[in-house]
Design a protein around this ligand. Structure first.
Ligand code: FES
Ligand SMILES: [Fe+2]
Length: 337
């Protein structure tokens, strides 16, 4: 670390320490500059988003060999593909020639042709074709490929990690596998997604989710009115998981529009859990939602919400037609059920 960084580093550490004081009644929240500082944002990108396991989609989004989708993590463009061999791949969406973005959007492809000079990469990211490179001295065609990124799955979710030396994904997800495993998210299927951009720092979504204090006021029109005691809150430095007995849906009445997930019983509690750095699971009797907050700048974020439900119910037209904005249980304000 450069010497000039030290005062800033110690200031950040001092403020973080104030949030972790015991007993909790003495803890304080972060000062405003932690949410607006360009330097804090730069360090968050470097030390969190380029180091941690991050969820960027569902396995059913890339079900068939050749399926792909693209995703930008802060300023890093990523492609996820299902290879010819059926395995998942993640690699940088930055051409090895002059750095153009190779592919946009999602779809199914045999290869990706860079729009700038036409280099072609196969679905696993390996260079397949170039022109006018035969006489380039030292050009290693066979080993040229879009830079690979670590990829793994848990619960049907696709995780990536830019850090080749990161701890294994299994370790990252272990507490969630243990505590939320009964929802069998791997047996659910993505039914719909919602993407909202907002003038908010990315950390505020996580903070809002571990704040059950606002339920009875902000959510008074939906689930906030139900007797909804938040119990069993094991809180440590890394995770917050809350269980609510008498698991129902989060519709205003608790009605389950898609039917109970068949592997759950009436005694299984609803649950919600923050997965650092930017994911939040909210799991109910008839659906599981994942909320993600992606930083775009210190003051702007993209909130992505995935809703998954029983795969049979999700694919039936009658069930789908019940998930519409005109449904009385659908709240565009909170999109909570
Ligand atoms: S930048 Fe991709 S082929 Fe030139
Ligand atoms: Fe809320």
């Amino acid at each position: 670390m450069a010497r000039a960084d030290l005062p800033f580093e110690s200031e950040v550490r001092k403020e973080l320490a104030r949030t972790r004081v015991h007993p909790r009644s003495r803890a304080r929240h972060l000062p405003g500059w932690m949410y607006t500082s360009a330097e804090v944002f730069r360090r968050e990108t470097e030390r969190i988003f380029l180091k941690d396991w991050l969820i960027i989609g569902r396995v059913e989004e890339v079900e068939t060999p050749g399926d792909y989708f693209t995703f930008d993590i802060v300023d890093e463009p990523v492609v996820v593909t299902r290879g010819k061999d059926g395995r998942l791949n993640a690699f940088s969406n930055v051409c090895r020639h002059r750095g153009a973005k190779v592919v946009e959007g999602r779809g199914n492809a045999k290869a990706f042709g860079c729009p700038y000079h036409g280099w072609t990469y196969d679905i696993e990211g390996k260079l397949a074709q170039t022109t006018f490179t035969d006489d380039v001295e030292g050009f290693d065609f066979d080993n040229c490929r879009l830079a690979p990124i670590q990829i793994g799955t848990w619960g049907g979710w696709i995780f990536v990690n830019f850090d080749p030396d990161a701890a294994p994904l299994e370790r990252h997800v272990a507490p969630y596998a243990e505590k939320l495993g009964y929802f069998r998210q791997e047996d659910c299927r993505l039914s719909d997604t919602l993407i909202v951009e907002s003038d908010v720092n990315w950390k505020l979504m996580a903070e809002n989710f571990i704040d059950v204090y606002h339920f009875r006021t902000l959510h008074a029109g939906t689930f906030g009115t139900r007797k909804n005691p938040a119990t069993n809150i094991p809180y440590d430095e890394d995770q917050v998981i809350i269980f609510r007995p008498g698991g129902k849906s989060l519709t205003p009445t608790g009605e389950m529009l898609l039917g109970r997930l068949p592997w759950l019983t009436e005694d299984d509690p609803s649950a919600a859990g923050h997965m650092p750095p930017n994911a939040y699971f909210t799991c109910h009797a008839d659906n599981v939602q994942l909320w993600m907050s992606w930083p775009l700048s210190p003051s702007r974020s993209r909130i992505m919400i995935y809703r998954c439900s029983n795969s049979r119910a999700t694919t039936s037209r009658s069930a789908r037609s019940r998930i519409t904005p005109s449904s009385p249980a659908f709240s565009t304000k909170t999109w909570v059920w």
